[in-house]
Design a protein around this ligand. Structure first.
Ligand code: FES
Length: 265
C-alpha cells in the first residue's frame, strides 16, 4: 500500500496530459451540480419555514424527522426534544448522518475527489498534489465510517416512507392524492434504490458467506442489490434531483406560491 509516497510513476512527459478530448467536462459538471445542490440545501435547512403543508400532510424530507421544539406539532411525528435555535436545523438528528452517508459514499468520493480535489481530475491527467496517502490515514481513514452510516440511512429512509404514506391522509384524515403525493412517493422510491444499491448494503446482504447455496434468501437479496448496485452513481444523482424537487414543491405549496394539483379528493 502506497502511504505517504510521491505520486505513482507516470509517463515522463512535461505536459500535464496528452488527452485531447474534453476530459475536464465531467469534473466541471460535477463541481457545478454538487455546489448548486449543497448551496440550496444549506439555505433550506436553516430557513425553518415552509416545510409542512398541514392541509395535505406533506412534510419535506429536509425537515424529517422534525425533532425541534420549533417544529409545527403536527409535523413532528416522533416527538420534539431539540432546542429551537436559528442555527440548529429542525432535523438536526438525521441531517448530519445523511450528510456523512453521502460524503463517504463510494460514488461521491470518486466524484468530489475528481471535481474538487483534482485527485486526479480524470484518467491520464496528472494531479496537482505531490503526495498520496490514500484512505489508510487521517483524515480519509474516516471514510470507513460509511458502513455504519448505511444503517442510519436505512432507518431514515423508512421514516421518509412513513411520511409519504401519511401524506395520503389530509387534515381530516380522509384519503386523497395530489401531485405532492406522487412527488413524495417518487422521491422515496428513488431513495430506496440509492440506499439499497449502496456497496455496504451489498456486503450486508451477501458478504462473509462461504457459499450461497445454504443461504438462498440472502443470495436472492444479494443478486437484487448487485443488480441495482451497477446503477448506484445514477441513483446518487437522481436522488439529489428528487430531493430538490420534493422540497421545492412542498415549499412552494406551503408558502402559497402555488396550490397542490389534486387528482383525488
Ligand atoms: S456506496 Fe454510495 S451509499 Fe454506500
Amino acid at each position: 500500500m502506497a502511504t505517504g509516497v510521491r505520486s505513482p510513476a507516470r509517463a515522463r512527459i512535461s505536459a500535464r496530459t496528452l488527452r485531447e478530448d474534453r476530459w475536464w467536462l465531467p469534473p466541471a459538471l460535477t463541481f457545478i451540480g454538487l455546489t448548486a445542490w449543497v448551496t440550496y440545501s444549506t439555505v433550506r435547512v436553516f430557513l425553518q419555514e415552509n416545510y409542512w403543508v398541514g392541509e395535505h400532510h406533506y412534510l419535506t424530507p429536509y425537515y424529517s424527522p422534525c425533532f425541534s421544539d420549533g417544529c409545527i406539532p403536527a409535523a413532528s411525528h416522533f416527538g420534539q426534544f431539540l432546542p429551537d435555535h436559528p442555527l440548529i436545523p429542525y432535523a438536526a438528528l438525521s441531517l448530519p448522518l445523511l450528510l456523512i452517508f453521502r460524503l463517504t459514499c463510494y460514488y461521491y468520493r470518486k466524484a468530489y475527489y475528481r471535481a474538487f480535489w483534482l485527485s486526479p481530475p480524470a484518467c491520464a491527467v496528472a494531479e496537482p498534489h505531490g503526495k498520496y496517502t490514500g484512505e489508510t490515514r487521517f483524515p480519509l481513514i474516516f471514510q470507513n465510517i460509511h458502513r455504519y452510516t448505511f444503517y442510519a440511512a436505512f432507518v431514515i429512509t423508512l421514516i421518509n416512507t412513513y411520511d409519504a404514506i401519511l401524506a395520503f391522509g389530509g387534515e381530516d384524515y380522509s384519503f386523497g392524492i395530489g401531485l405532492g403525493n406522487l412527488i413524495l412517493v417518487g422521491n422515496v422510491i428513488m431513495l430506496w434504490f440509492y440506499t439499497l444499491s449502496c456497496h455496504s448494503c451489498r456486503h450486508v446482504t451477501g458478504g462473509r458467506l462461504r457459499n450461497f447455496s445454504k443461504h438462498p434468501i440472502r443470495y436472492r437479496w444479494w443478486t437484487f442489490v448487485s443488480r441495482i448496485n451497477t446503477r448506484h452513481a445514477q441513483f446518487a444523482w437522481i436522488t439529489l434531483g428528487t430531493l430538490f424537487v420534493t422540497d421545492a414543491y412542498i415549499m412552494a405549496v406551503a408558502a402559497g406560491w402555488i396550490t397542490d394539483l389534486r387528482l383525488i379528493n
